[in-house]
Design a protein around this ligand. Structure first.
Ligand code: NCD
Ligand code: ZN
Length: 346
């Protein structure tokens, strides 16, 4: 069996930099037309100039014939100025601004300590229609790790949407039934990305026969009930839900460690894994909307005009992949993926 769909885009991707960037970018470029590139480098990309320079490095790292387009983002801090937001609006390459609550995840030390500090920037974003992408988790120590997303919605996101009704917002990598319902029933200009791991696995995967560092990402995997709600949302055809892998490569030693990094690498099999989710849900015909239409429509960008083809033809993922001088352990390492990317029609 084969399926052909409009070339998909990845609306949430970590590509890193230098040798690591060179090692991973081709996987995304083989599958996706465009990707929203996360700005959590070290140091973070807080200016349009820095985002432009990073874009050039990504283009340099691409395979020769590739026309993959990196769509750049800025990293919001307590000190982001309205003037920088104006520069972003004038740039044809910067498409969004990313909110990391301070301490929420990998490389978020420069993140926002209190959303109130960012109001001048957020007001300017609402005025100029630049989307805010949220890592939607609070980081207070009294909030349980598994409740961080729901508390973020109640305490941060809902009040923000009330205060700035024009602001376009994407809740990134949603993980709970609460977030799915909030986006589904929510207002115009609110979207959500979903990762392959949160659609395929529940939190048991973190402890399957022992501690599994390669299944650790943030927001952390949740209960089965939440996974079921995410699948319902993704396969519903609702235009607010779209593909964002959150593929986040880390060297193997940084994950298999006393204090292992958060992040799952899925770029090597991303659209293939989503196809598995949609097939299992009996909704393969909805994959194209989720993967190739809804995100572009949300961002006001044209849909891709070329296609990719997937064939039901299981293949084995390598146990490791090269990552500069290191290796990384990809999602489904040494295990099978049911769909295979076969054709590219450009
Ligand atoms: C991401 C990373 O490694 O950069 N990690 C992750 O677990 N998703 C950061 C992020 O998106 O939270
Ligand atoms: Zn991410």
């Amino acid at each position: 069996m084969e399926i052909t769909l409009t070339r998909p885009d990845d609306w949430h991707l970590h590509l890193r930099d230098g040798e690591q960037l060179k090692a991973v970018v081709a996987y995304s470029a083989a599958r996706f037309g465009r990707a929203i590139i996360m700005p959590n480098l070290q140091p973070p990309l807080t200016t349009v100039d820095a985002a432009h320079a990073y874009r050039e490095r990504i283009l340099q790292a691409l395979p020769a014939a590739s026309d993959f387009q990196p769509l750049m983002t800025l990293y919001l801090t307590d000190r982001t100025t309205p003037a920088e937001i104006e520069r972003a609006a004038q740039s044809e390459h910067v498409h969004a601004v990313k909110l990391y609550p301070a301490g929420a995840t990998t490389h978020s030390d420069s993140g926002v300590t209190d959303i109130r500090h960012t109001m001048p920037a957020l007001e300017k974003m609402a005025e100029l229609d630049i989307p805010l992408l949220t890592h939607g988790e609070v980081t207070r120590p009294d909030v349980d790790m598994f409740d961080r997303e729901k508390v973020f919605i109640d305490e941060v996101l809902a009040p923000l949407l009330q205060r700035l009704p024009e602001l376009r917002v994407v809740m990134e990598h949603i993980t709970t039934a609460d977030a799915a319902a909030f986006v589904r029933d929510g207002r115009h200009r609110l979207g959500a990305t979903m990762t392959p791991q949160h659609l395929l696995y529940n939190r048991n995967a973190l402890f399957q026969g022992g501690l599994r560092p390669h299944m650790f990402c943030l927001p952390v995997l949740k209960r089965e009930r939440h996974r079921a709600a995410l699948i319902d949302a993704a396969t519903s055809g609702h235009p607010s839900f779209f593909l964002g892998t959150d593929s986040a490569p880390h060297p193997r030693h940084a994950k298999e460690s006393d204090c292992g990094c958060a992040g799952i690498f899925s770029a090597h099999a991303a659209i293939e894994l989503y196809a598995e989710v949609f097939e299992q849900a009996g909704a393969l015909e909805r994959l194209e909307g989720f993967a190739s239409h809804h995100g572009a429509d949300f961002y006001g960008l044209p849909r891709n005009t070329d296609t990719i083809t997937l064939r039901a033809d299981p293949w084995q993922v390598p146990a490791t992949l090269p990552m500069g001088k290191d290796t990384l352990v990809p999602l489904r390492a040494a295990d099978t993926v049911r769909w295979r990317l076969v054709g590219e029609d450009r």
